[in-house]
Write a protein that binds this ligand. Structure first.
Ligand SMILES: C[S@@+](CC[C@H](N)C(=O)[O-])C[C@H]1O[C@@H](n2cnc3c(N)ncnc32)[C@H](O)[C@@H]1O
Ligand code: SF4
Length: 457
């Protein structure tokens, strides 16, 4: 671990879960553009499509949370929200070409398992009734294990879910208490056994966060060792993203003691070592999978891809149609984001309008930059010749579209973070930690950055 490099590169930069980042979305793209944008997306490849459904409610708010959440509130509000969600999904389905197959359905939040499973089942059924699913379609749900019991898990399986994310965050109860979070209601091993029983191909992900109060190098290593023994299919160690100016609750954690960037890097490295010894392979940023996982095969063949929901493969995931408050549709040519207020969402949908309040229409140049940055972030390689061929453009057009900050790239190379030749950039193992910085050096929007981002480490 080189502390000088950490000091040098621990700067604010986008996380690049989308390009352009969501803080570039503008109100010029709004509900009046929704219908046309969705219809237009029917003619873009890839053929398979994805759905994202947002359930914003949480029974209790964790102080670190950077997601779009709201407290459960009154039962009436939840009921009206679910009715609006069904209406929005049904209108969306009517606009979509039914000859497409669905390869991914993803429920995120908030806490999707904060609501009764019968509602999730009804929403899934609307999609199953309208579309054929691909053979290996993924029906995934993010869950908080504090609110899982056996019957609920059985109901989720019955509703068609086959990938379950368990937000463990940390096994250490002191850490959880300091961030206002309850531990799992059942032993995680029991939850896993129920999920796999009779359906061994059902997949299980664990989520962890490092950088929280009271976490030490040893305590986080214990958590990761315990996790590795349970052998989930995938495991994510998120670096805690601290942005208290946007997420007010995070201010509370400043008083409870956050880890400095050197400790965060040490925690990540130790976790990565424990997981490598347990047979896991590192994927992109912070993700670990078993070697037979399709994500590892995709990384191996440089075909790893990502959307807001996480890593995926180009072959299995297409445009993402999103419903619910704050949800972002990720179409080939545009992003469309719904209002972030639950009441506003319910009102817009009940008045017969789309809930889109912001978005972005990508220029041809921005689609090129998006693909270059996604390639680099996912596959650690940017091969300009193969990208130019894939997009059917000349090498010159490609080079003129991305920023290619030669000074910054030369410095990354001198610091042994990057290997370069005229048409190829490859991130070294040491460079993996600074991948956001390297991606930012290809981004025309970062020449004069004017938005807020969390620091890269
Ligand atoms: C919507 S939440 C997961 C579902 C469920 N609500 C839960 O708490 O387990 C998605 C994931 O984002 C991660 N997350 C939330 N806030 C974060 C932050 N500020 N920095 C890094 N990761 C964060 C957590 O690991 C969490 O599991
Ligand atoms: S981490 Fe999950 S449960 Fe906690 S506030 Fe965020 S979305 Fe809600």
């Amino acid at each position: 671990m080189n502390t000088d490099l950490i000091k040098k590169y621990n700067k604010a930069a986008p996380r690049y879960t989308s390009y352009p980042p969501a803080n570039h979305f503008t109100e010029e793209v709004n509900s009046s553009n929704y219908e046309e944008a969705v219809r237009k997306s029917n003619s873009f490849k890839p053929q398979n499509i994805s759905f994202y459904l947002h359930i914003p409610f949480c029974k209790k708010l964790c102080f670190y949370c950077g997601c779009n959440t709201c407290p459960m509130g009154k039962a009436n509000q939840v009921k009206s929200y679910l009715a609006a969600l069904k209406t929005e999904l049904s209108r969306l389905i009517n606009l979509l070409d039914k000859n497409r197959k669905v390869s991914q359905i993803h429920y995120g939040g908030g806490t999707p398992n904060a609501i009764e499973a019968q509602h999730l089942q009804a929403l899934n059924q609307m999609i199953f009734d309208a579309f054929e699913l691909t053979d290996d379609a993924e029906v995934a749900i993010e869950t908080n294990p504090a609110y899982l019991d056996e019957q609920y898990l059985l109901d989720l399986k019955q509703a068609g879910f086959n990938r379950f994310s368990l937000g463990i965050q940390d096994f250490n109860k002191d850490v959880l208490r300091l961030v206002n979070r309850d531990p799992s209601a059942m032993p995680i091993a029991d939850i896993m056994a129920i999920i796999k029983n009779g359906q061994p191909n059902n997949a299980i992900n664990f989520d962890f966060i490092y950088g929280l109060p009271a976490q030490t190098l040893d305590s986080f290593a214990e958590t990761i060792e315990a996790a590795a023994k349970l052998k989930p299919d995938r495991l994510v160690t998120f670096s805690y993203a601290h942005l208290p100016s946007v997420f007010k609750n995070q201010e509370i954690l400043e008083k409870r003691g956050l880890s400095d960037s050197n400790l965060k890097v040490a925690m990540y490295n130790k976790a990565a070592m424990i997981l490598a010894e347990a047979g896991y392979k590192a994927i992109g940023m912070d993700h670990f999978v078993l070697p037979n996982d399709e994500l590892f095969r995709a990384l191996d063949s440089k075909k790893l891809h990502r959307n807001f929901q996480g890593y995926c493969t180009r072959a299995t995931t297409g445009q993402v149609y999103a419903v619910g408050v704050s949800a972002i549709s990720q179409l080939e040519q545009a992003y469309l984001q719904n209002t972030k207020s639950v009441d506003d969402y319910i009102e817009r949908i009940s008045q017969g309008n789309a809930a889109t309040v912001k978005g972005y229409e990508l220029s041809k140049q921005e689609m090129i930059v998006r693909e270059a940055i996604t390639d680099l972030m996912c596959n650690k390689v940017l091969d300009l010749e193969s990208l130019a061929m894939r997009r059917n453009i000349s090498l010159d057009t490609l080079k003129n579209s991305i920023h290619l900050d030669k000074n910054a790239l030369a410095e990354f190379e001198a610091d042994n973070l990057l290997k370069m030749n005229a048409n190829r950039l490859e991130i070294t193992d040491a460079g993996q930690l600074f991948i956001r910085n390297i991606a930012a050096s290809l981004d025309p929007l970062q020449v004069n950055p004017d938005r807020l981002y969390s620091k890269t480490i």
